[in-house]
Design a protein around this ligand. Sequence first.
Ligand SMILES: [Zn+2]
Length: 416
Amino acid sequence: MEKISRRRFVRQTAGITVGVVAGRLSTVTSPFPFKVFIPMPLQVVIDDVGWWSGKDGHEMEEPYRTGIGRDHVPADYQAIVDLGKGLGIRPQAATILCEWDKENILRDLPSSTWMGRNWDNSRWVGPWMDEAAGIIRSNEKHFELTLHGIGHEFWEGEKFTRAEWHDTDGVMRPQEEVEKHLDYFEKLMKQHNLGPFPKSFVPAAFLHSFGPSAAGRTGLATILKKRGVNYINTPFGSVFNKERISYGIFGIDDGVMTVDRGRDEFPWKAFPGDPSKELTGPTCGMHWPNMLHPDPLRNGEVVQKWIDYLKPYNERPDMMLAPDSLFFQHQLVHHILTKTAVNGNVVELDFSAVDELPSLIGQQELTMKIVTAMPARFGSADIRIRLQELQKEKEYIYILKLTRKRGRRKVSIMVK
Ligand SMILES: [Zn+2]
């Protein structure tokens, strides 16, 4: 009976208690109590980066921008980098690029802006572009440019409807328009040498269909995959066809990992945000104004609040900050699907469910945390323990960076 209830506990918490119970028995093989966690990774996603105007234009058939009542400046990009550096992470900047067009190429893509064929962006062309591009280029480890859109909405004539990729009924825009918007996003990136096409996507206005939005059509994930996108982050509350999502907080859409963002703490216009709400899901989602200051010289004060808020999650045994969005995807599937068990002083990991995913996600690295009351060492013939570090002095939290060996679905790790 004891065993059954313990198993149930394990399934519910994804962490394991052992030793406390076993320690009372005479046949203990575990030398001391320990707990095992495959921590939930946290990923920071910041929406609506890229505007130069801070005006919310939706009442004039212009886009929903950030609504901050001042222009955006290069210091607003530096703020994202500083958040990344302060936490050792690579925040995702979900980026809108129309106001970066220095050659007015968007005249040839009238559905992408409020001016259509008369598009004229000269107002926003200036040295601040090079400065911000320089910040993005030279801080690749702390700034991930994520695809969000060109103009955020979709214009037919002078009027727009929401949003750029899908409409409010969850129907994708015509495929040739979608492809053109992606082509032009890439061209705008090239104008400023902003790096390769993004590997991640956040749907504008969170309007998105999981899989094709209508029978016989190609889904957006499939279109994006051809351009190298391997991951989509969006709240499942507003996803269409969500019954196709198989794993709760994530699904695999034609090989593209799609993760539930959950609910952000702040409305998109909160300027600035002062975060305090407990994070329960894997995405810390926000909009650009939430992490900036009305006086850009004081952006650092707001960034520091976010650093102080997020850092403790990395020190918890059941959570960690993902260093980048690829690590995030791998760790999340292990957190959800890898089964853990403790047998005496052996930790057993079962990757069967991960290996059945319809993608290659989860085949390489994962992080495990083991909490003990006294110092411990770890060894395994089945999996590479690349790094083992001690997080705290009071109780011992060991962080084990594991690299899987090919073909090993079930592995054992000795705790000594
Ligand atoms: Zn947006």
